[in-house]
Structures are given as C-alpha cells and as structure tokens.
Ligand binder design. Structure first.
Ligand code: IPM
Ligand code: MG
Length: 367
C-alpha cells in the first residue's frame, strides 16, 4: 500500500536539507518497502514568488490529501518589505491553522557525542530527554483583534490578542497527558497565571482535566519565566512540558540549544484523528531558513532527518524504520562526523557538507 508524502522545501536551507530527506526516503522504500510516494510543492517565499501567495489553495489541497507533509523552512530577508499577510511566515501559520495542527511536539535530546557543542556543562545535560508540547493553532498567534489603530487623540496603538477557549486548552493538555504517560509520567504545565487572565484559565482547565483523567501523570505548574530559567539551570528536572503557542515558541528555541544546535531539533505538528482514522500531520525542523548560509551546502540536515524519523513513527507506523534512522544519526555523531554548527574544533574535526552528512547517514543505515 503506498503512502503519499508532500514535500514542501520552502526557502533558504529548507531546499538543501529536504534533499537529504529524499535520499533517506528512497532508502526506506528499498529497505522497508514502505511505498512512500513523494510529491513536491511550494510554500513560503518560493510560493509567493510564483503565485503571489505563500500558500496556494492547490498546495493546501495536496497537504490535506497527503498522508503526511514534510516541510523545510520559510522566510528570508528579501521578503522583509512584503505585506504581513502574504509574508513567507504567513504560509506556515496558515497551513498549521487550515490543517488544524494544534499539537506541536518538539523533543530535545542531548546526544553524548555533542556535549561539547552546547554552551552548558556536560553534567547538566547528560541523559537529557525532554519533550515540549506547544499549542499551535490558537493564542496570540491567531487572536483577534489585532493590528494598528489610531485613537481619537491621534495616538497610534497596536494590538495582539491572547485568547484560549476551554476546548483549545483541553485538547492540547490531553495530548500532553498521553505523551507523559508513555514516557516518565511527569508533566509541567507552563503559563503566566500570576499576570495573565489566559494563564489563570489555562492552569484551571489543566488542573481540572488532571483530576478527571490524569491518572499516572504527576502534574506541576510553572510560570513561563521560571521555566526559561530552569531550562538552562537544571533541564533534567523536566520530562514533558505543555504550554501555549507563544511560550512554546520561545521555550523550544531555548531547549534546542541544550542539544548543542538549533540544527538538531525536529518537530511534529499533529491534528486530531478524523473519522477515517487519519491524523493530519506536518513534520519540520525547528530551525529556520538560515539565509546567511543558504545555498552553500553547509546546513545541518539532522533536524530534518529526525523530523522524518518522527513521521515514520507517528504517521506511518514504521517504528523500526524510525529507530533505525535515529540509530544512524547517533552513529554518525559518535564517529565525529559534523556539520559546521556542531563542530568541536578542539578535537580536530573537519566540517562536512549537508550532502556529505546525508551520505554518511545512508552509509550508517547500511543495508
Ligand atoms: C517556529 C517558528 C515560527 C513560529 C515562525 C517561522 C512563524 O519560529 O516554528 O518556531 O513562530 O511559530
Ligand atoms: Mg520559533
């Protein structure tokens, strides 16, 4: 049975890292007979250049039809003056919203071989394995009203709105409880209940849900500012963190650096299972389009390849293939093969290119 994968490379290094994912998909098809059929389309600046919109209806239709979407990255300085509603980032926000991908899973795992690449001490990081569950389709990213207004006295004012409904909080908390149960049973729910109305509401709803259906999960509440501090002070106290869209954006970049590089963090964005048993899903590295190194064959493709591993696990039921790919990433790192972003020059390592890193993964996958 074949499965349809929609590839959306996007902009900048998105193009280069997705090429390495295609190599691995080819290998997976040969080795595991997964029958993955890839189609390609445009998103972000690339789509804007061609169609005047960062996400066309035709692309969205392909995304809905696909079994899973694999995305690169969007954005670049050449779009700085483009109106906000058709900027590359708007394409990413639309596809998340239109596919109702409310649950964004961002695992941060510290690899032993990369301890030196992090700015933190090895003992703080060794064995680190945390999962940030970020709400992705509500909150201040989408709240209304938003925008500029001019008050009667001529004062200019700009507004963003943070808003959450009970059901929006419940469904993301439920995903987090389930994931915590499959892991170490520890969940931190993060907000600013001391300052924000939505924060106090978030805490109330999560607490009630925990009482009703939180068996097997220990729940702790934490303020977002404290969480940022604890993530760099003692990150191993965390197992699963559930938080809103904006705090999740900020805290996941912070967690990424615990692993040594933003080039190492994968993500999965999942919707609810539909009546046909299908779960809409988009997988993307957490890093951006990195215009400063785009087109130079320098980018680290590992976050993309680990996003592919998440796709194999969550969308394709191919757990063995996912483990094999994760194992190949471990092996390559243990062998000291590094792209520039994770180089340890004190060990005399030489940086490999994006495509050489992809080839090294294929080599470790073996046959
Ligand atoms: C992310 C990114 C996006 C976000 C941008 C590119 C719109 O930072 O996925 O973390 O803010 O969600
Ligand atoms: Mg971000």
């Amino acid at each position: 049975m074949s499965k349809k994968i929609l590839l959306l490379p996007g902009d900048g290094i998105g193009q280069e890292v997705i090429a390495e994912a295609e190599k691995v998909i080819g290998w997976m098809n040969r080795e595991y007979g997964l029958g993955l059929e890839c189609e390609r389309d445009l998103i972000g600046g690339a789509a804007y250049d061609d169609h005047g919109t960062p996400l066309s209806d035709a692309t969205l239709k392909l995304a809905h039809e696909a079994d899973a979407v694999l995305m690169g990255a969007v954005g670049g300085p050449e779009y700085d003056d483009v109106p906000r509603d058709v900027r590359p980032e708007a394409g990413l926000l639309w596809i998340r919203k239109e596919m109702d991908l409310f649950a964004n899973l961002r695992p941060a795992v510290a690899f032993d071989a990369l301890m030196a690449a992090s700015s933190l001490k090895a003992e703080v990081l060794q064995g680190l394995d945390i999962l940030i569950v970020r709400e992705l389709t509500a909150g201040v990213y989408f709240g209304k009203p938003r925008g500029m207004e001019t008050l009667p006295d001529g004062t200019e004012r700009c507004i963003d709105t943070q808003s959450y409904t009970r059901s929006e909080i419940k469904r993301i908390a439920r995903v987090a409880f389930d994931l915590a149960r499959q892991r170490n049973g520890k969940l931190h729910s993060v907000e600013k209940a001391n300052v924000m109305e939505t924060g106090a509401f978030w805490r109330k709803v999560v607490t009630e849900l925990h009482q009703a259906e939180g068996d097997g999960v220990t729940l702790e509440h934490m303020y977002a500012d404290n969480c940022a501090m604890q993530l760099v002070r003692a990150p191993k106290q965390f197992d699963v963190i559930v938080t809103d869209n904006l705090f999740g954006d900020v805290l996941s970049d912070c967690a990424a650096m615990l692993t040594g590089s933003l080039g190492m963090l994968p993500s999965a964005s999942l919707g609810a299972v539909d009546s046909a048993g299908k779960r809409p899903a988009l997988y993307e590295p957490v890093h951006g389009s990195a215009p400063d190194i785009a087109g130079q064959n320098k980018a680290n493709p590992l976050a993309m390849l680990m996003s592919l591993a998440m796709m194999l696990q969550y969308s394709l039921g191919a757990d063995d293939a996912a483990k094999r790919l994760e194992g190949a990433v471990q092996a390559v790192l243990s062998d000291g093969i590094r792209t520039e972003d994770i180089l340890d020059s004190s060990k005399g390592q030489q940086a490999v290119s994006t495509s050489q890193m992809g080839d090294a993964i294929i080599d470790r996958l073996g046959s």
